[in-house]
Design a protein around this ligand. Structure first.
Ligand SMILES: [Zn+2]
Length: 132
């Protein structure tokens, strides 16, 4: 067994769509479906609960890096909505969909390094029923 990767190494592996533990096996078997067990090292990738974190982080990134600067261009405010909406929303959706699996991979890399697993749900949920 190889030594545990650093936080940045695990994030980089996840962003590349690779297992954060070994960097060899694929992290996803479909668009956002995490491979239950790494094909290369056998690490249980499905045990790291990313939940809604990657979606929130993706919205935060896209909102700050794309939407906010876009509002400074006068064409957004002066052109017809029939032109502005498709010209901005379609590329925005494409950027978001392209970024989401990379953010989820990085997020799983963080969870891997921190050792957060699905059995720790009682530690990070607001649901009082799961605290028993
Ligand atoms: Zn692996």
């Amino acid at each position: 067994m190889s030594r545990r990767p650093s936080l940045l190494q695990a994030i980089a592996r996840g962003v590349r769509g690779r297992c954060p533990a070994c960097g060899d096996g694929p992290l996803f078997w479909r668009y956002l479906k995490v491979t239950p067990r790494c094909e290369a090292c056998g690490h249980e990738l499905g045990r790291h609960p990313a939940d809604d974190g990657p979606a929130y982080l993706t919205i935060l990134i896209v909102g700050h890096l794309v939407v906010a600067p876009l509002l400074f261009f006068p064409i957004i405010w002066q052109a017809s909505p029939a032109i502005v909406l498709p010209a901005t929303l379609i590329p925005l959706a494409a950027v978001t969909l392209a970024l989401l699996p990379r953010v989820k991979g990085g997020f799983i890399g963080v969870l891997y390094v921190l050792g957060v697993k699905d059995t720790d749900a009682h530690l990070h949920t607001a649901d009082p029923a799961s605290r028993c």
